[in-house]
Ligand binder design. Structure first.
Ligand SMILES: NC(=O)c1ccc[n+]([C@@H]2O[C@H](COP(=O)([O-])OP(=O)(O)OC[C@H]3O[C@@H](n4cnc5c(N)ncnc54)[C@H](OP(=O)(O)O)[C@@H]3O)[C@@H](O)[C@H]2O)c1
Length: 260
């Protein structure tokens, strides 16, 4: 597209970003990557000490970050967090709906109803809530923008160890496609990333229930290793940037080839 302009080398110069699940793991890596690429960020999660540490890390590197304690299971809190992004920074351009939780691994007949509802609220309903609030905020301020939802390669086929987690992530893929079709005419792009095995607390917790998990997952990955969280954040940054200006409605695997 010959009219596209890139105001400097950085991917996200001048953009204001909302990032959920930003206290640790992939979300914290996104905070560092996005600010290095020129964005200002609002970080949300439940654990204040982790948010504070991530924000301090970003500021020490010369970036601009604010944070807000927010439980993704609380619809009003999710909407308020996005409104706070606008009131603190004056606009919203991009959002990374990354926060998520894992179920207790095991077959679906061992899952309690309350566990199903918790995974639904945090991993699927919050993505719908966040996207609708983000679209409203982008419309009212920046005018155009981009959203990336964090799915998982676990959503792409049968997942007997994490069936409820997988179902919600497949729901995220569907919401992503529908949102891309709905908001494309307004030049609001919506994509998802589907990470493979990434070295975070989530995988550590899963491995506690499934000894040898990491080695097993690495052996199923053509690149022969797990991802550093920053490698996942880099894909989100690109999708959120103007460099991906004709990409919408996709679920981008970032998995070392595990689903190739
Ligand atoms: N690691 C992997 O291999 C992998 C693979 C595929 C997809 N993913 C996806 O990547 C995303 C990030 O996970 P991660 O691997 O970085 O795991 P992580 O290190 O456990 O980080 C998860 C983040 O989400 C936040 N979070 C969890 N429940 C929340 C809630 N109810 N309300 C608000 N925030 C909440 C956590 O903060 P608090 O606990 O403080 O709230 C934390 O900041 C998730 O959506 C996950 O499904 C990860």
């Amino acid at each position: 597209m010959s009219t596209t302009t890139f105001p400097g080398a950085a991917l996200l110069t001048g953009k204001v970003a909302f990032i959920s699940g930003a206290g640790r793991g992939i979300g914290a890596a996104a905070a560092r990557v996005f600010t290095r690429e020129g964005a200002r960020v609002l970080l949300a999660a439940r654990t204040e000490s982790e948010l504070k540490a991530t924000a301090e890390d970003v500021r020490a590197a010369g970036g601009e970050a604010e944070y807000l304690v927010c439980d993704l299971a609380d619809t009003a809190a999710v909407r308020a967090a996005i409104e706070q992004t606008v009131s603190r920074f004056g606009r919203l351009d991009i959002a990374f709906n990354n926060g998520g939780t894992i179920q207790r691994p095991g077959p679906m007949d061992g899952v309690e109803e309350s566990e199903f509802d918790r995974i639904y609220q945090v991993n699927l309903k919050s993505v719908w809530t966040a996207m609708t609030a983000e679209v409203a905020a982008i419309r009212a301020t920046a005018g155009t923008g981009a959203i990336v939802n964090n799915s998982s390669i676990g959503s792409l086929r049968a997942n007997p160890e994490l069936p409820i987690y997988a179902a919600m992530k497949r729901g995220v893929n569907s919401l992503t496609a529908s949102a891309a079709a709905t908001y494309g005419p307004e030049a609001i792009r919506v994509n998802a990333i589907a990470p493979g095995n990434t070295r975070t607390e989530m995988i550590r917790a899963w491995e506690e229930n499934s000894p040898g998990l990491r080695t097993r997952l690495e052996s199923l990955t053509p690149l022969g290793r797990s991802a550093d969280p920053e490698e996942i954040a880099q894909a989100a940054a690109w999708l959120l940037s103007d460099r991906a200006s004709f990409v919408t409605g996709t679920v981008l695997r970032v998995d070392g080839g595990a689903r190739a």
